[in-house]
Design a binder for this molecule. Structure first.
Ligand SMILES: Nc1ncnc2c1ncn2[C@@H]1O[C@H](COP(=O)(O)OP(=O)(O)OP(=O)(O)O)[C@@H](O)[C@H]1O
Length: 254
C-alpha cells in the first residue's frame, strides 16, 4: 500500500478574479507533519479550502489517498471519512444545548443511511476512547458551554480522532491556547502521527513551533516560495523569499 496520503499538482485557485494560490505542487506521506507558513493574505487558507473541496480550483489536481478530488469537491465517502479538519474558528454558538459526548459523536457518524440504533455500543466505546485519548474522559457529560478554550480544543481533537483517519488538516487551530496547553496538544498530535500514521497539514504563524514539531515546511506567498525540512525552509533566505527581507531582519533583531 502506498504511503502517499495527499498529492497536490499545479493547483491554482482564484479569489474573485485573481489567483490567490498559483501553480502549487507538493505531496504528503503518512506520518508526516507539514506546516504551511507565509504572511497574511498569502493564500494559506485558500489552499487548504481548495484541498478540502470547499473552494473550486481553476487548474491542477488534488488526490487524497489516491482518489482524485472532483471539480465540485467530490470524493468517495470512504476517503472523505478519513479526513479530519479543524478550522481556524470553530464558529458555533456555544450556548446550544449539546454535551461533549454528543459533539464528539458527530465525528463518529458513518456517512450514508443506516438505522439509528445500529452500532450504538461501538459508538459509545469510540467516544469514550477518543475522550480518554485527549485526557478528556471527565468532560463527557459537560455541556460545551462549560468548557475552557483549551478544553474545547481537546474535545474538537477527540471529534477528529473518534474514527480512524489518515489526514488531519488544522487551520491555526491552536491559536488562543496558552503555552502549556499548546505544548500538550502538540505532544498528543505527535503520538497520533506515530501510532496511527496520520499525515498532518497545518497552517501556522508560529515559526518556532513549526521548527520544533514539523518535519516539512511549505513557504507560501501565492506560489510556493520553497519547501523542505525546517532547517532549509526556515533558513533566512527562504523566509525572505516568502515574507520579504524586512521580516527576516526583524526576526534576527529579536
Ligand atoms: N471570502 C473571500 N472573498 C474574496 N477574497 C478573499 C476571501 N477570503 C480571502 N480572500 C483573499 O484571498 C487572498 C488569500 O487569502 P487567505 O485567507 O487564503 O490568506 P491567508 O494566508 O490564509 O491569510 P491569513 O494569514 O491572514 O489568515 C487574500 O488576498 C484575501 O484578501
Amino acid at each position: 500500500m502506498s504511503n502517499r496520503v495527499l498529492t497536490v499538482e499545479n493547483l491554482t485557485v482564484h479569489r474573485d478574479l485573481y489567483p490567490a494560490v498559483q501553480d502549487v505542487s507538493f505531496s504528503l506521506e503518512a506520518g508526516m507533519d507539514a506546516a504551511i507558513v507565509g504572511p497574511n493574505g498569502a493564500g494559506k487558507s485558500t489552499l487548504v479550502q481548495a484541498i478540502l473541496g470547499i473552494l473550486p480550483r481553476q487548474a491542477g489536481e488534488v488526490f487524497v489517498l489516491g482518489e482524485p478530488l472532483g471539480r465540485s469537491g467530490q470524493l468517495p465517502g470512504q476517503v472523505r471519512q478519513q479526513i479530519a479538519y479543524l478550522p481556524q474558528n470553530f464558529l458555533f454558538d456555544r450556548r446550544i444545548p449539546i454535551t461533549v459526548e454528543e459533539l464528539v459523536g458527530l465525528g463518529w457518524e458513518p456517512l450514508g443511511l443506516r438505522w439509528p440504533w445500529t452500532d450504538s455500543r461501538q459508538r459509545f466505546l469510540a467516544i469514550q476512547q477518543a475522550l480518554a485519548r485527549v485526557d478528556g474522559a471527565y468532560l463527557r457529560s459537560y455541556p460545551i458551554s462549560a468548557l475552557s478554550g483549551g478544553e474545547l480544543k481537546r474535545v474538537l481533537l477527540a471529534y477528529c480522532l473518534v474514527r480512524p483517519r489518515r489526514l488531519l488538516i488544522l487551520d491555526e487551530a491552536l491559536a488562543g491556547l496558552d503555552i502549556r496547553s499548546e505544548s500538550e496538544f502538540y505532544q498528543l498530535l505527535c503520538q497520533l502521527k506515530r501510532e496511527q500514521g496520520w499525515a498532518i497539514l497545518q497552517i501556522s504563524h508560529d515559526l518556532d513551533m513549526v521548527r520544533r514539531h514539523c518535519d516539512r515546511v511549505l513557504c507560501l506567498n501565492r506560489t510556493l516560495r520553497c519547501q523542505g525540512v525546517p532547517e532549509v525552509a526556515l533558513a533566512p533566505d527562504s523566509l525572505a523569499a516568502a515574507y520579504g527581507t524586512e521580516f527576516v531582519r526583524y526576526r534576527h533583531r529579536h
